[in-house]
Design a protein around this ligand. Structure first.
Ligand code: ATP
Ligand code: MG
Length: 609
């Protein structure tokens, strides 16, 4: 029925391979060719052909189903369990599901798989909606909850009981586990397996009515305890759980298992392509069994793709929750977290994350993507869009002795040299300035071209200055530089054509706004956290957050709203943190300017050449 994928897409390839395949994939119509990703393709393939259009094995299946009339329209869904915040792996799934719906003129539902009230909370539901919207997708009127279908699912459970295909079991969870058998040995039938339909109906109704305590009874499908697929060995459909549900309150004390809810929810909503990650492959026979044995209104099909894994990162909600609860980070939205709220607070633009999802592509085999590729995608967007600003993180005072006391000039500085339409801004210049401490050396080595005694440099968009004297404190630490400026070099060029070898950023001391700057690095020090038997949290990077106080930023930066990432010239990309107050501005370092991914790519190509 479904089209088999082209051989080239099979097999265990790393993301680099995926990438190449994507770049050479068949042409497909696509409304939004991805310029950011294209820059990378061009870089890798060393060509300047037009941007490749998106394709992967799932899009091929969808296209064939539409072309050959198996479906009139495509309906996908993104089905998070509201038991945590969304992370960058979910972003891949969101881009895939909503992306396909958009490209093929169909629709994508947002459905909360809220079948386990013990772990689910309204806070997570709200955060998930915010994150999906922020990423740039819209489910319109198609917002659903598996809990909306509890009554229907209950009826279908009754249907199975009446058909002799489900039974109430009194075995404990442990006893059920022990009697399941192994991959090489069949399981054992439960002594309760042959209860009559009437007895089962009565017991199931009493389960619902709240007569039994947690763990005492379950409803199981009656399939085959010797089935080669473990998931077909009489799986549990319902368990007793006396728990308040965020949406249904105390209406229920039995809850369907994920497997019993998921496929049927798809069928109720008319999902055509139920796209999930590879770990659900083993569940597909059961998914299909329910669809075949229940009077469902449609017949969705499940397709699996590889989940996203990233170096230096953990992406399992279980571990993310521990990072939060055990105080290793500032919360779910800590800028070091791979959560969408963390990446947003860090200053990653949604467009960068979408471009990254396109670059990663959709493969059938698991792989680990280098986190530098995500950073590259983000830099690519920020380089185009971020306004340039001046900030000094480790300030050293400069006094310009021949500059009139009390005089202030407004220097005109371009907002983005990559984008003339971004215009210019005025930055106050005065007699006393801050520059970066490491832009000065008293005894410069050969290749150090920045400021030194007797040397002339350019202050960006301002003047040439020359250092004449170094003022030190009692311990010999440099406290101040006494300099002179050349009034003829206003704007940063000398009329006599003389050159300088360095251009420094600066902030006027009288106008500078004090700031705290948080420098972020990878949360984990190892590319494969917890590998080789190490404790995961032993791999935490002690330098993942370095807080610098006493930094200075130019006045216009104070207006940068939270969520707008700017480039502090020569330092990196930064954005205001929500911790900022009118008194104390806080900035997060989104990324440094150095792109290590392009370098990794070049090395990779050499290795495989
Ligand atoms: P985790 O394993 O991180 O706890 P999950 O799979 O339990 O996540 P769900 O809320 O069930 O989280 O996920 C919603 C959807 O997102 C599912 O379809 C799932 O397959 C997909 N998804 C989850 N993690 C990833 C990932 N790392 N890469 C791609 N898709 C993912
Ligand atoms: Mg899950």
């Amino acid at each position: 029925m479904q089209k088999s994928p082209s051989a080239g897409r099979e097999g265990d390839f790393l993301f680099r391979e995926t990438h190449r395949h994507l770049g050479r994939g068949p042409v497909r119509s696509c409304e939004t060719p991805n310029v950011g990703a294209y820059a990378i393709f061009a870089h890798m393939n060393n060509d300047t052909s037009p941007p490749p259009e998106r394709s992967d094995f799932i899009r091929e299946i969808v296209a064939a189903d539409l072309r050959e009339g198996r479906h009139d329209t495509v309906v996908t869904r993104f089905p998070p369990e509201p038991n945590g915040y969304l992370h960058i792996g979910h972003a891949k799934s969101i881009c895939l599901n909503f992306g396909i719906a958009e490209e093929f003129g169909g629709r994508c539902h947002l459905r909360f798989d809220d079948t386990n009230p013990v772990k689910e909370e309204q806070e997570y539901i709200d955060a998930i909606e915010t994150d999906v919207r922020w990423l740039g997708f819209d489910w319109g009127e198609y917002l659903f909850y598996a809990s909306d279908y509890f009554e229907q699912l209950y009826e279908w459970a009754v249907h199975l009981i009446e058909a002799g295909k489900a039974y109430v079991d009194d075995l404990s969870a442990e006893e059920i586990r022990q009697s399941r058998g192994t991959l090489t040995e069949p399981g054992m039938d439960s002594p309760y397996r042959d209860r009559s339909a009437d007895e089962n109906l009565d017991l199931f109704a009493r389960m619902r009515a709240g007569e039994f305590p947690n763990g005492s009874h379950v409803l199981r499908a009656k399939i085959d305890m010797a089935a080669p697929h473990m998931n077909l060995r009489d799986p549990v459909l319902y368990r007793v759980m006396h728990e308040e549900h965020p949406r249904t309150g105390d209406a229920w004390c039995i809850y369907p298992m994920y497997d019993f809810a998921h496929g049927q929810s798809d069928a109720i909503e008319g999902i055509t392509h139920s796209i999930c990650t590879l770990e659900f492959q083993d569940h597909r026979p059961l998914y299909d069994w329910f669809i075949e044995n229940l009077p469902v209104p449609s017949r969705p099909r499940q397709y699996e793709f590889a989940r996203l894994n990233l170096t230096y990162t953990v992406l399992s909600k279980r571990w993310l929750l521990r990072l939060v609860n055990e105080g290793h980070v500032r919360g779910w939205d800590d800028p070091r977290m791979p959560t969408m709220s963390g990446l947003r607070r860090r200053g990653f633009p949604a467009e960068g994350i979408r471009n990254f999802a396109t670059m990663v592509g959709v493969a059938r085999a698991d792989s680990v993507v280098e986190v530098e590729m995500l950073e590259h995608a983000v830099r690519d967007v920020l380089n185009r869009t971020a306004l340039r600003r001046f900030a000094v993180l480790d300030p050293l005072k400069v006094v310009i002795e021949n500059y009139p006391e009390g005089q202030v000039e407004e220097m005109e500085v371009p907002n983005n040299p990559e984008d003339e339409s971004a215009g210019t801004r005025r930055v106050p210049f005065s007699r006393e300035l801050w520059i970066e401490r490491d832009d000065f050396m008293e005894e410069p080595p050969k290749k150090f071209f920045r400021l030194a005694p007797g040397r002339e440099v350019r202050l960006r968009s301002a003047y040439f200055v020359t250092c004449h004297e170094v003022v030190k404190d009692a311990d010999g630490r440099v406290m101040e530089l006494r300099c002179t400026y050349d009034p003829d070099t206003r704007g940063g060029a000398a009329p006599d054509g003389r050159k300088v070898k360095a251009t420094l950023h600066w902030v006027s001391a009288a106008h500078a706004i004090p700031a705290e700057v948080r420098l972020y690095n990878h949360l984990f020090a190892s590319p494969f956290p917890g590998a080789e038997g190490r404790e995961l949290f032993d791999d935490l990077n002690p330098e993942s957050e370095v807080v610098r106080e006493g930094c200075f930023v130019e006045p216009s930066v104070a207006d940068a709203p939270v969520g707008q990432t700017v480039q502090f010239e020569r330092l990196g990309y930064f954005c205001a943190d929500p911790d900022s107050t009118a008194k104390a501005v806080v900035f997060n370092r989104t990324l440094t300017l150095k792109d290590t991914w392009a370098k990794l790519q070049a090395q990779g190509r050499q290795d495989t050449a």
